[in-house]
Design a protein around this ligand. Structure first.
Ligand SMILES: Cc1cc2nc3c(=O)[nH]c(=O)nc-3n(C[C@H](O)[C@H](O)[C@H](O)COP(=O)(O)O)c2cc1C
Length: 373
C-alpha cells in the first residue's frame, strides 16, 4: 500500500501541503491508551519551524482527533487526526510549479500521477505531511514510554561539526543513554554539546545567506526494548525500521550500530561479547546496534540517518518544464528550510515509535499496551 505502513498497527497518511487538511489514521491501537494532548502539542512544537534556521511558513498545527478517542483514551477503533493547513501561499507556486525543482519530487510525481498531482508546495511529497506523522507518533511514544521504552534523536553531524555520540556520552552505560534522550527531548535544537550546537546553527545561517542549504546525520537511540522482538528475514528489525525511516522525505541513508565503519574492523573488535549482569544478558559493546539476526537483543537500538540538504534552494538551477519537457532554468520562490535536519529529528523519533509499537504488538498482541506492567 502506498500510504499505509505496518502490520499489527497500521498508519495511513493523507493530505497535500496546500490542501485544506493533512492527517493520519492509526488502526490497531490498544484500547485505553492515554491521549496526552499536551504531549502531542509539544511534539508538534519540536517540528514547527522557528527563527532564521527554518522556513518562514509557520503553521499553528492545531489538530483535531476525529475518531477513535473517548474520555481522553483510545477506544481501539481507527484513530484519525486532522491538521488544518492555514498558512499557505499557493501563488508562490503558480509560476515555478510547472518547472521541476531539482532534488525534489516534482518530476517523479508528474511521471507517476500524469500531471494530476497537486504540485503546490510539493503537494503530498511535502515535509508538511510529517506534522501528521508527528501527531500520530506522539501517541505511540507516550505508550512506549509507559512500557519503559524511550526514543531520542540528535544531530550527530552537520557541515563537518560533530556532536558527542550516544556511545561516547554513555561510555557503555545504558541508563546514561536514556538520560541523554531525556535531555534531547527537552531541546528544540537537539544537540548534546552546546558549543557544537551554536556552530551548527551558524553553519545553517551561512548556507541560508548563500541562498543554499545543508544536510547532516541524525543519530537515534531506542532504550528499554525487550529482547526477542522482530522477525528473522524479511521483517527483521532493521528492515522494518529502515522501511519507515526511508519514508521520511529527505532521508537518504540508514545505518545501525557501528554502521559502515564496521568494514574497517576485525571480528575480534566488532563482536559484542555477551555476559550475564545481575540476571540480565547484556553485551559489552553495541556495534550491532541492539539487533542480531533481525531480532532485538535487549541492548539499545542505535541508528544513524543521512539527511540530505533541502532541495529547494534560491540559487538559479537548470531543470525542465514539466508541461513541455524542454530545458528551463528555475529560480525558486516560496518559503523553504535552509536545513531540515533539526525539524526531521522529531519525525525520526515518531516513525521509530510507530514501527516499534507495531513490532511489539505483533510479538505480544494488541493488549500488550493496555496491560499495566
Ligand atoms: C520536516 C521536513 C521539512 C521539509 N521542508 C522542506 C522545504 O522547506 N523545502 C524542500 O524543498 N524540501 C523540504 N523537505 C524535504 C522534501 O520534502 C524532500 O526532499 C522531497 O519530498 C523529496 O524526497 P526525497 O528527498 O526523500 O527524495 C522537508 C522534509 C522534512 C522531513
Amino acid at each position: 500500500m502506498k500510504n499505509t505502513f505496518g502490520q499489527s498497527l497500521q498508519v495511513t497518511i493523507f493530505g497535500e501541503s496546500h490542501g485544506p487538511y493533512i492527517g493520519a489514521v492509526l488502526d490497531g491501537l490498544a484500547p485505553g491508551l492515554d491521549i496526552n494532548e499536551d504531549f502531542i502539542s509539544s511534539q508538534l512544537e519540536l517540528r514547527r519551524p522557528s527563527g532564521a534556521i527554518s522556513t518562514a511558513r509557520v503553521e499553528k498545527d492545531e489538530y483535531i482527533i476525529a475518531s477513535g478517542a473517548f474520555n481522553g483514551k483510545t477506544t481501539g477503533t481507527p484513530l484519525s487526526i486532522l491538521i488544518p493547513n492555514s498558512n499557505t501561499r499557493s501563488g508562490d507556486y503558480d509560476k515555478a510549479g510547472r518547472v521541476a525543482r531539482p532534488g525534489h519530487a516534482d518530476y517523479t510525481a508528474s511521471c507517476k500521477y500524469h500531471g494530476f498531482e497537486d504540485y503546490r508546495g510539493g503537494g503530498h511529497f511535502s515535509g508538511r505531511i510529517t506534522a501528521a506523522i508527528v501527531a500520530a507518533g506522539a501517541i505511540c511514544i507516550d505508550a512506549l514510554k509507559k512500557k519503559g521504552i524511550d526514543i531520542g534523536t540528535h544531530i550527530n553531524q552537520l557541515s563537518g561539526i560533530s556532536d558527542i555520540s550516544f556511545d561516547e556520552y554513555s561510555k557503555g552505560n545504558t541508563d546514561d543513554i536514556t538520560k541523554a534522550i531525556n535531555i534531547l527531548n527537552g531541546k528544540k535544537f537537539a544537540v548534546l554539546n552546546d558549543d557544537a550546537a551554536s556552530k551548527m546553527e551558524q553553519a545553517i545561517l551561512d548556507a541560508a545567506k548563500d541562498a543554499d542549504s545543508v544536510g547532516g546525520v541524525l543519530e537515534t537511540a531506542i532504550t528499554g526494548i525487550p529482547s526477542g522482538v522482530g522477525e528473522p528475514w524479511f521483517d527483521s528489525v532493521e528492515s522494518v525500521l529502515s522501511h519507515i525511516l526511508f519514508s521520511v522525505p529527505g532521508i537518504k541513508g540508514v545505518e545501525f550500530g557501528a554502521g559502515f565503519d564496521m568494514v574497517n574492523k576485525r571480528g575480534s573488535e566488532f563482536n559484542d561479547s555477551l555476559r550475564n549482569e545481575n540476571g540480565k544478558v547484556v553485551t559489552s559493546t553495541n556495534n550491532n546496534g541492539g539487533i542480531n539476526g533481525g531480532i532485538t537483543n535487549g541492548m539499545p537500538i542505535l541508528i544513524r540517518c543521512a539527511v540530505k540538504p533541502t532541495p529547494s534552494i534560491y540559487k538559479k538551477q537548470q531543470s525542465i518544464n514539466l508541461n513541455t519537457l524542454e530545458n528551463a532554468d528555475i529560480e525558486i520562490e516560496g518559503r523553504h528550510d535552509p536545513a531540515i535536519i533539526h525539524r526531521a529529528r522529531v519525525v525520526v523519533d515518531s516513525v521509530c515509535a510507530i514501527a516499534v509499537y507495531d513490532m511489539l504488538s505483533s510479538r505480544f498482541g494488541t493488549d500488550y499496551f493496555s496491560d499495566p506492567d
